[in-house]
Design a protein around this ligand. Sequence first.
Ligand SMILES: [Zn+2]
Length: 438
Amino acid sequence: MVMRLDDVLQRIRTLDRDVEELRRLRARLPANRAFTSGMQVAFDRHINELLNEKIQLEELEVEHIPEDLLNDIASVDVATASRITVDREKKEYELTSEDKKIMEFIRAMPKTEIHLHMEACINQQTLQGMLDKNGVPYESEQLKKLYQFTNLQEFIKLFLFIIDSIKMAEDFALIFKNLRQYLESNNIRYAEVFLAPSRMIQNGLDYRDIADSLDSLSRECRNSGGPDVRFLIDVSRTFGPENASKNLQRVLSNPRPSIIGIGLGGAELMGPARDYRDVFAQAQAEGLRTVAHAGEDDGPWSIRDTVELLKAERIGHGTSAVQDPALLELIRKKAIPIEICLTSNIFTGKYVRREKDHPVRRYYEEGIICTVNTDDPEIFHVTLSDEYFKFHKSLNFTVSEIVDLCRQGVYATFQHNPATMWNQFKPQIDDLRKKFAL
Ligand SMILES: [Zn+2]
């Protein structure tokens, strides 16, 4: 297919306008009428078709691109997974002395983190140690290359390599050591961490051993004055609802104080939320806490299903919610926190490509509960402190707003009494603000 660039851009603009119009009409559907939900689905479908056409246009190779159009293209808001790239050049911000003070303040500020994956907390050196211990042959050059992934496929390759390198439950001790270092160096006092056991179990590990290992590591860490780490078991949409249900039964029949609930992660486009309704209903009936990744790789309908059908208590990512104002209102009304993972969202590039375009600014201003998270700290080479700083530098969050995000991060946890935690954090934060004159 050969098209003139001007025509492509014109068509994209038309699509944007039509999508906008459809969303406007969709938002005006009357609530609680017999036809409403059917109509909403029809609107969503139509919007999705148009967005898919837009994505196809955006995937066309551009042979001759006029200089003055480069900026226009950069501002097109829906990117596609196929064009994911990682900008490995460390972005050197122009740091003013005020910025440096803010960075130091952020580092010292006590924090929580509630969206990160245990498998992504192992650095190259520790992985190497684990492979040595397990007698698995590898080439260190190859390992280095794996950590220098440049697209989603390579990222997944590294993720799977890490999982397959775990040969016994004791290996979690090595990963946990990295996790604890990461948490302590960012002054994260409380964390809820995902672990996806499906592939590990396929590889021959026993869930009970995994649960015992996680629970004792978490307990030892707390008892030795370290951060409070709790786990959410990812039932995973990649392997289908039947496997997810099996994972849930494993969690239920092996209760451990450090394992507090389940998450729904994995390939969003492969597993619509509605297929996991029974798994979530049972988990909730049994008193487990429930969260789900949604709107990272699929449209706002995926988030709506997660809220309405799964009744998930928090949304992971939620980036595509920005496309549906009525959904944003629903999330705000129900006070469902969104776990924002800025760097990760730019990496997957599906709904946002530049930090300054991230919808979190809008979510925050509309009164939605937003929390700051890294998703995959050791393999993205990001820290929670960096992420908070990006909120300031790229999205103009003031120091007071940063403190407010920190507060929201405390109240969005599954701690029984978050107010107690906040009452510990607050005076420390006040002292730091005085110390740094912020
Ligand atoms: Zn995640």
